[in-house]
Design a protein around this ligand. Structure first.
Ligand code: WTA
Length: 633
């Protein structure tokens, strides 16, 4: 069993040990897993190239650790509880034994279709059990999964399929999300028609059974391909540093990049963090409401909990369906012990019914978590009082797609929970705050750029197909540090409070969106000359998207043009990237070197028009008045 810290003394002792002797610390934790061969070296640390390796020489298969090793003691325990979109539909449960059998069948089906170790498989799936089965099936045979959130458009899906040259796409026919049913297979067809030549097969799970277009040359039904297979499949033995998965995420510039995680380190860190952050005990029911299309779904619905032998829940639907009590109803129904969600959901539910949680029996909750964006004080207190009932501590967990697992978090019942503070690093994690010149800020009561100065096992290794991009994005800003892109404060007692992104990434409802991506999409509209996108505070979403758009001609019908712009963004990225506000402008503020001065645009979008700072370096300072008074659509 992995290390599970139980009190503050143990936390301090483990933290101290992890800094003094990181190799010893991690070797001890890693030795609790099943390895086919033990590693030769715990960590190789080079933040310049970068070249990071953990447990090199070690051999393993992560699914053996998620499944096979639990069979003897927990074979009949529930591994996954699935809760349907419709509240009156029965839940489905899979025991560890059943899950292993399903994973093996799917793994055999993939092999029969010619999928081999190292092949990339794209997923475009709703939250159904088969997504978990198929991801684990990939890991079983050494294929690399690349899950794309099923809210992205065909264009965005095609970009990701092409970047990773995926051999297969796994999808469903439809995706039920609250009252809507989305034709996901159609989106996959559309994406493939955009020139995804690498795709040989599309494996389709019949979820709703509604009619879909069928291309017999490449389409395969899951029930015809998987269900007939043997439920025995030998795991592929992987090197610790072999790729486990790719997950695309947005950055400041260019198209989303494929963050690469590897088998050994990711396995060790996700179980370790899961057990400590949620203080999971055997028999508990754990529920993370994320979508498997994001890193939270990978690490804390699937891998972390299954590695720990937990009972993990998957929810197909959305928080408000059929009403704002759905989450609490599900918690009551399954006697959920640990509940993990995003501030945007908390704010939306709080707005929909302040007293709603009081109608439900939430006495089973022991820990409640928050992830993805800063949680504001009001939402924190509501969550604490109405959901945690002042009894279940909040864990405000900070981490990123790139970090693979939670790095900074309170430990429930062990470290105190201060509203809006992610608090302390987990043992093994060495955060620092830097000033803009890269000087470490020592002591407490400081604010700076959040960096990490020593590797941890689940950190990204590269960005798929473009290592230089990984170097420039994360390791070039400050020599010998991993730069997170976030700003943070450290209070008088050393707790961290995450302020938010300091780069051109915005966090909309907990979804990371690059402003450059949205601008590229808007600029596809034939009537647009250029655009600039910034974030602004939004009551429910945390941040909203504010677009300044310069058109070729005078905009005579702004409402019509707005609709067209939203359609273009939906087509190129997906509905999650639609601007909340659009302002048509005659000019964008530019520096003499022709760069857009975003600082001014951010201030205006935030409504702080009185504090624009120095505008004397602008090429066109006269545009500022127009920007301040311009109308919004
Ligand atoms: C933000 C999500 C404040 C942060 C797991 C980070 C947070 C980005 C928190 C990563 C938190 C995540 N408090 N901000 N507890 N957790 N963030 O890659 O800006 O989707 O850089 O990973 O979300 O988003 P990502």
């Amino acid at each position: 069993m992995t290390l599970q810290i139980k009190n503050i003394e143990q936390y301090h002792e483990a933290y101290h040990r992890s800094v003094e002797n990181p190799e010893g610390f991690w070797a001890e934790i890693a030795s609790t897993f099943v390895w086919d061969r033990k590693w030769d070296k715990v960590v190789h640390h080079d933040f310049i190239t970068p070249d990071i390796r953990w447990f090199e020489g070690g051999k393993l298969n992560i699914t053996v650790n998620c499944l096979d090793r639990h069979i003897e003691t927990k074979g009949d325990q529930i591994a996954i509880i699935w809760e349907a979109n419709e509240a009156n539909e029965p839940s489905k449960k899979l025991t560890y034994k059943q899950l292993l059998a399903e994973v093996n069948k799917c793994a055999n089906a993939l092999k029969a279709q010619g999928v081999k170790k190292g092949d990339r498989i794209c997923f475009y799936m709703p939250m159904i059990q088969e997504v978990a089965i198929a991801m684990l099936a990939c890991a079983r045979i050494g294929a690399i999964h690349s899950v794309v959130f099923a809210g992205f458009s065909a264009n965005a899906l095609a970009d990701r399929i092409k970047d990773a040259e995926c051999k297969m796409v796994i999808c469903s026919d439809y995706n039920r999300r609250g009252p809507k049913s989305i034709a996901v297979k159609d989106v996959v067809d559309e994406a493939i028609a955009l020139g995804c030549d690498s795709v040989e097969k599309v494996l389709v799970y019949k979820s709703t059974g509604d009619k879909v277009k069928w291309n017999a040359a490449i389409d395969l039904w899951w029930h015809e391909t998987v269900d007939t297979m043997s439920d025995q499949c030998e795991p592929e033995i992987m090197d610790a540093e072999d790729m486990l998965f790719i997950l695309y995420t947005s950055g400041s510039t260019g198209k989303p990049k494929g963050v690469v995680h590897t088998c050994g380190g990711y396995m060790v860190y996700t179980e370790y963090s899961f057990k400590n952050v949620f203080q999971y005990q055997d028999g508990d029911v754990y529920w993370c409401t994320a979508d498997v299309g994001w890193i939270t779904g990978h690490s804390y619905i699937l891998y972390g909990p299954l590695l720990a032998g937990a009972t993990t829940m998957m929810f197909e639907g959305v928080p408000g369906h059929p009403d704002a009590g759905r989450f609490w109803h599900v918690c009551e129904k399954h006697r959920v012990n640990q509940f993990y969600t995003a501030p945007t959901a908390i704010r939306a539910l709080m707005a929909a019914g302040w007293h709603e949680p009081e109608k439900y029996d939430l006495s089973s909750l022991k820990v409640i978590g928050s992830v993805g964006e800063p949680i504001n004080e009001e939402a924190w207190h509501w969550y604490d009082e109405k959901v945690g009932r002042g009894r279940a501590p909040i864990v405000d967990t900070w981490w990123q797609t790139e970090t693979g697992g939670i790095l900074i978090t309170p430990l429930p019942g062990i470290t105190d929970a201060k509203p809006c503070f992610a608090s302390y690093p987990l043992p093994g994690v060495q955060p620092v705050l830097l000033d803009p010149n890269g000087i470490e800020l020592v002591g407490n009561n400081v604010e700076g750029l959040l960096c990490i100065k020593y590797p941890w096992p689940s950190m990204l290794r590269t960005t798929y197909g473009d290592h230089e991009r990984c170097r420039t994005t994360y390791f070039a800003a400050f020599k010998n540090y991993y730069f997170t892109g976030d700003g943070a404060k450290r209070d008088e007692e050393g707790r961290y409070r995450i302020i938010g992104r300091v780069d051109d990434v915005i966090n909309v409802s907990g979804h990371r969106i690059g402003t450059a991506e949205v601008e590229d999409a808007i600029n596809q509209h034939s009537g647009v000359v250029e655009s600039a996108v910034v974030g602004y505070p939004h009551d429910i979403k945390g941040q909203g998207i504010y677009a300044y758009v310069k058109a070729h001609h005078e905009v005579v019908d702004p409402e019509h043009m707005r609709k067209e712009i939203l359609a273009v963004v939906t087509k190129h990225i997906g509905p999650i990237a639609k601007p909340d506000k659009i302002q048509f402008v005659l000019q964008l503020p530019k520096t003499r070197s022709g760069k857009i001065m975003r600082r001014i645009l951010r201030k205006i979008a935030e409504g702080e028009t009185g504090q624009l700072g120095d505008i004397s370096t602008l090429l066109n300072p006269e545009c500022v008045e127009e920007l301040k008074t311009g109308a919004l659509v």
